[in-house]
Design a protein. Structure first.
Length: 150
């Protein structure tokens, strides 16, 4: 996990509509950057819908919510449409940014070990510096936790 006080690695990734976004374009806003394992799975859906429900409050506070997974642009579009998600979902199929943020790790699931995205949320300040970092995030609680922080 990246440390608080570090400059957040920039990214250049496509969203669910194929539009390329960079961290730099959100300079001047606080960014909630959350990494999740997979679209349309129970925990990831709870987390995304939680951010969706609270999204107006995040924007009122001048914050941006961005989700990143290794799913494709098409998968993100389906996920966004199915749950009417109002925020950016970035596709990192090459794992470049997922690895840059140190969230690609060994995971154990039912005794089986594999590599995957560990649910992690970063709060990045207006200057692109990591303000807070949470690993082992509880999907259902994370959106409210982040709203209380900002």
């Amino acid at each position: 996990m990246l440390e608080i006080g570090m400059k957040a690695p920039d990214f250049s990734l496509p969203d669910q509509n194929g539009t390329i976004h960079t961290l730099e374009e959100f300079r001047g806003k606080r960014v909630i950057l959350y990494f999740y394992p997979k679209d349309n799975t129970p925990g990831c859906t709870k987390q995304a819908c939680g951010f969706g429900e609270l999204y107006p409050q995040f924007t009122e506070k001048g914050a941006v919510v961005i989700g990143i997974s290794k799913d494709s642009v098409k998968s993100h579009k389906n996920f966004e449409t199915k749950y009417q998600l109002p925020f950016i979902l970035l596709s990192d199929t090459e794992l470049e940014i997922i690895k840059a943020y140190d969230v690609w790790k060994e995971k154990k699931n039912y005794g089986k070990v594999s590599m995957g995205v560990v649910r992690t949320t970063y709060l990045i300040n207006e200057d692109g510096i990591i303000e807070k970092a949470f690993d082992k995030v509880k999907a259902a609680e994370n959106p409210q936790q982040m709203l209380e922080l900002i």
